[in-house]
Design a protein around this ligand. Structure first.
Ligand code: SR1
Ligand code: MG
Length: 387
């Protein structure tokens, strides 16, 4: 394989070797891998005063094992994305202490004082006023800075070339943007949803709209994306009494349509809303799409006067943002659908005592977002649809 796959016992010596830790005898390590794709370890000193996180890409998809091989070079995309994110929003990503391309390992800030947003929502917490605005602002900052509005044309071409991430894009093109609409071994669903799963596969209108979104994903090089911006890629909490939001895991990053990042976040907020509705714990769920969009739009418009190419005029900005809005809704719909009848389901729904009714509602909402995205011209219109 040509590189060292690190086990828990290897981490102290590895951190010493890489200059991250002086005394390997004073390190305790635990594996905390949680996502579908990689391994993550947390190292701390015995006094519990210092911690580091180490993430390593395996040559396969972690949850599938060697039967689903995947180039570990995806760690390069993640390291590059963190560099860009740190330029525009250093307070919204973990500090990166080092990247080892030979072993596909990133050493970074330990965020274990924070919690994964999906986890806190599943436990019944509200979003609060900070998280969604911060996510919208971050998407605007990253996307403006890496678009043709933020970078001169030649630099943009270099960024696009440097950021190609073919294998992970192909995973998205497959598991999000096609497999749920055809027969595929990755797909699974609750038996109570047999009718909808079959109906979606036979739905020609839906298929064409998803094909349109898939082609947009494949061809629309608007800006650098996080690429997998769901509520499991966001940590929240407080430090010194101040709310903290950190976005991590940008290994699916590439230069693509901005609406893919917003859409994934929106889908996950809408699914969290269905969970809360089912449990009778609805709080501020219904505000999150609007809050993140408003922050995105305000930040993007605020950056517009700094654009490097003024041939793009103010009327074009309106048109551009309208397109981003519409595409975001469509991508949100595809993310909802794949999380229920495709691969990689969401604990928001799977841990409900009776997941079928909420899953059904979410699936139908996902379809509407895809096929009616052009008619839904405001957050209020989406609200009416959600009901
Ligand atoms: C095989 S990877 C499946 C999913 O996990 C990641 O977090 C992405 O969301 C991907 O689609
Ligand atoms: Mg991930």
């Amino acid at each position: 394989m040509g590189y060292r796959i690190l086990e828990t016992a290897d981490i102290p010596a590895y951190l010493r070797e890489r200059g991250h830790w002086d005394d390997p005898a004073d390190i305790e390590v635990r594996e905390v891998s949680d996502g579908n794709v990689n391994r993550v370890f947390l190292a701390s000193d015995r006094a519990g005063t210092r911690g580091l996180a180490l993430k390593q890409a395996l040559p396969w998809v972690r949850v599938a094992g060697p039967s689903w091989p995947l180039s570990p070079d995806r760690s390069d995309a993640e390291a590059r994305a963190y560099e860009q994110l740190a330029k525009v929003a250093p307070d919204t990503v973990p500090a990166i202490h080092g990247y080892d391309p030979e072993n596909h390992a990133l050493v970074m800030e330990d965020l274990s004082d924070l919690e994964v947003l999906r986890t806190v929502l599943n436990e019944g917490a509200a979003y609060g006023p900070v998280t969604s605005p911060r996510i919208g602002e971050l998407v605007a900052q990253l996307s403006f800075a890496t678009s043709d509005f933020g970078l001169p044309s030649a630099e943009r071409k270099a960024l696009i070339a440097a950021s190609v991430n073919p294998e992970l894009c192909e995973i998205t093109e497959d598991v999000v943007l096609s497999e749920p609409y055809v027969e595929h071994e990755h797909n699974h669903w609750l038996p109570e949803l047999d009718d909808l799963a079959a109906g979606f596969r036979a739905d020609a209108r839906l298929r064409t709209e998803v094909a349109d979104l898939r082609h947009t994903f494949m061809t629309s090089a608007q800006a650098l994306l996080h690429g997998d911006l769901h509520t499991g890629s966001i940590m929240v909490g407080e430090r010194a009494g101040t709310p903290v939001v950190r976005v991590f895991d940008p290994e699916f990053s590439f230069v693509g349509p901005i609406g893919f990042d917003l859409g994934l976040y929106w889908a996950n907020t809408l699914v969290s809303e269905e969970r809360a509705r089912a449990l009778g714990t609805l709080s501020d769920h219904a505000d999150q799409l609007r809050l993140s969009w408003e922050a995105f739009e305000t930040t993007f418009r605020g950056l517009w006067p700094t654009r490097v190419d003024t041939f793009f005029d103010d009327a074009y900005l309106d048109r551009f943002l309208g397109r981003v809005w519409t595409e975001s809704l469509g991508f949100a719909g595809t993310e909802i659908v794949r999380r229920i009848i495709g691969f990689a389901h969401l604990t928001d729904l799977t841990t409900l005592p009776d997941p079928a009714p909420a899953s059904r509602r979410a699936l139908l909402l996902g379809r509407e977002l895809i096929v009616r995205r052009a008619e839904l011209t405001s957050p209020e219109a989406v609200r009416e649809l959600v009901g």
